[in-house]
Ligand binder design. Structure first.
Ligand SMILES: C[S@@+](CC[C@H](N)C(=O)[O-])C[C@H]1O[C@@H](n2cnc3c(N)ncnc32)[C@H](O)[C@@H]1O
Length: 354
C-alpha cells in the first residue's frame, strides 16, 4: 500500500518558479533521454484519439517542454495535424502549479507556443495513488522524480541522503521502501496505460562505482556538521536531516521483471545508466570563477532539496534562517573544492502488453 503520509514527508520543489530557473542539471539528463523518447513516440500504437500523454512528477514544467514538443511533433506526423493531444502534468499537491501554468502560457520554449488542439492540464496527487481512469494513457514520461521515496524510511546519522548512508539499518530500510515503491508505481501506471502504451523514465540511480553525488551531497552533509559543531543544530536535528531519496541499482530496477519478463503486464524494454555531465563545468574551466560555479550548484541543490530540508526542522525553530545558513556554508564549501558533479541517471522504457 502507498504510504499515506507522502504529503507530510515529501515536499515539492522550491516554489515561485525557483526550480524552473535552477534545474539545468536535470535538463542535461533529459536531453540524453530524447532519442529513446523519439523512438517510443514513433512506435507506440495510436489508433484512437484523443492521444493522452502523462508527465509524472512534472514540477514547474520547464524541463517537460522540450520532450512534450517532440512528442506532439511526432504524433502529429503520424496521425495528422489536427489530432487532439492532451498532456497531463502530475505532481504532489504542494507543487507550484502556478509556475507550471505560467510557463505553459509564456515561456519561449512552451510546447503551447503556436500549438493548436493541444490540451494541457494538471493533477495534484501523489503517483503512488491512482491518477487516471483505466487504460487512458498512450505515453508516459517521468524525469528526476522516481528516486523520491513515498515517505521517510528512517533517519540516517551519517548522511543527508537516505540512499547514501553506509549504515546497514538505513541501507535495508531504504531498499525495502524503494522495492515496494517501484512495484506500486508500476502497478498503478499499468492500470492507466492502454494496451501497447509506453512510458519513459529517467531517475537518479546507482552505478557499481558509486552514485555521482558523493562530492556535492558530502559537502551538504559537512555543512550541516559545521552547524552542529557551532551549536546551531543539535545532534538530533542534524541526524533528522535525511532526504527521503534512495538510489536504485540496475538490478533493483530489473528485479520485478526477472521471473517472467513481465510485471503487472509491463515489460522492461530498455534500461541503462547514463552519466550526466555537469552543465556548469565548462564555463568554470573557462572563467576559473569558483564562486559563480559554487552558487550555480548551491541554487540547483536548494531548488530540489530546500523545501524538504526545511520540513525536517521543527517549526518551533527559525528554520528558514537555518536553511539559508546551511546553504551559505554549503556554497562556501563548494567554492573551496570545485569539481564536476556527474550523477548517474537510469534511463528506462516500459511497455504494456498489447
Ligand atoms: C527534481 S523534480 C523533477 C521535475 C521535472 N520532471 C524535471 O525533470 O525537471 C522531482 C519532482 O517529483 C515530484 N515528486 C516526488 N514524489 C512524488 C510523488 N510521490 N508523486 C508525484 N510527484 C512526486 C516532486 O514534487 C518534484 O516536483
Amino acid at each position: 500500500m502507498p504510504n499515506n503520509s507522502t504529503r507530510d514527508q515529501v515536499s515539492a520543489m522550491e516554489g515561485d518558479g525557483f526550480y524552473n530557473r535552477h534545474s539545468a542539471m536535470q535538463a542535461v539528463g533529459i536531453a540524453a533521454l530524447i532519442s529513446l523518447w523519439k523512438a517510443v513516440c514513433r512506435t507506440v500504437p495510436i489508433d484512437e484519439a484523443p492521444l493522452t500523454i502523462v508527465d509524472y512528477g512534472s514540477s514547474q514544467g520547464r524541463n517537460s517542454m522540450a520532450p512534450m514538443r517532440v512528442a506532439i511533433d511526432i504524433l502529429r506526423d503520424r496521425r495528422g495535424a489536427s489530432v487532439p493531444i492532451e498532456i497531463v502534468h502530475t505532481d504532489l499537491p504542494s507543487n507550484d502549479f502556478s509556475a507550471l501554468f505560467s510557463a505553459l502560457a509564456s515561456d519561449d520554449g512552451s510546447y503551447m507556443m503556436g500549438a493548436s488542439n493541444v490540451f494541457p492540464s494538471a493533477i495534484g496527487r501523489s503517483y503512488f495513488e491512482p491518477l487516471l481512469p483505466p487504460q487512458r494513457v498512450h505515453l508516459g514520461w517521468s524525469t528526476w522524480a522516481l528516486q523520491w521515496m513515498s515517505g521517510s524510511a528512517i533517519d540516517a546519522q551519517d548522511h543527508v541522503l537516505a540512499g547514501m548512508s553506509a549504515l546497514p539499518t538505513v541501507i535495508s530500510a531504504v531498499a525495502k521502501q524503494q522495492t515496494s515503491d517501484w512495484r506500486r508505481f508500476l502497478q498503478l501506471r499499468s492500470q492507466e496505460m492502454k494496451p501497447g502504451a509506453k512510458l519513459v523514465a529517467g531517475f537518479t540511480a546507482r552505478a557499481t562505482s558509486g552514485t555521482g553525488w558523493e562530492w556535492l551531497l558530502g559537502e551538504l552533509w559537512s555543512a550541516a556538521g559545521e552547524m552542529r559543531e557551532l551549536g546551531l543544530l543539535s545532534e538530533a536535528e542534524q541526524n533528522h536531516l535525511t532526504i527521503p531519496i534512495g538510489l536504485r541499482s540496475l538490478e533493483d530496477i530489473k528485479a520485478p521483471f526477472i521471473q517472467t519478463g513481465y510485471f503487472a503486464n509491463l515489460r522492461l524494454e530498455h534500461v541503462d545508466l547514463v552519466k550526466v555531465s555537469d552543465p556548469c563545468w565548462e564555463e568554470f574551466e573557462r572563467s576559473g570563477d569558483n564562486r559563480a560555479f559554487a552558487k550555480l550548484h548551491a541554487d540547483m541543490t536548494r531548488a530540489w532539496s530546500g523545501p524538504v530540508i526545511t520540513s525536517l526542522i521543527s517549526p518551533s525553530r527559525e528554520r528558514n534562517e537555518l536553511v539559508s545558513e546551511l546553504f551559505a556554508r554549503f556554497e562556501r564549501r563548494l567554492s573551496e573544492s570545485p569539481r564536476p558533479h556527474e550523477p548517474y541517471m537510469a534511463a528506462v522504457v516500459l511497455s504494456k502488453r498489447p
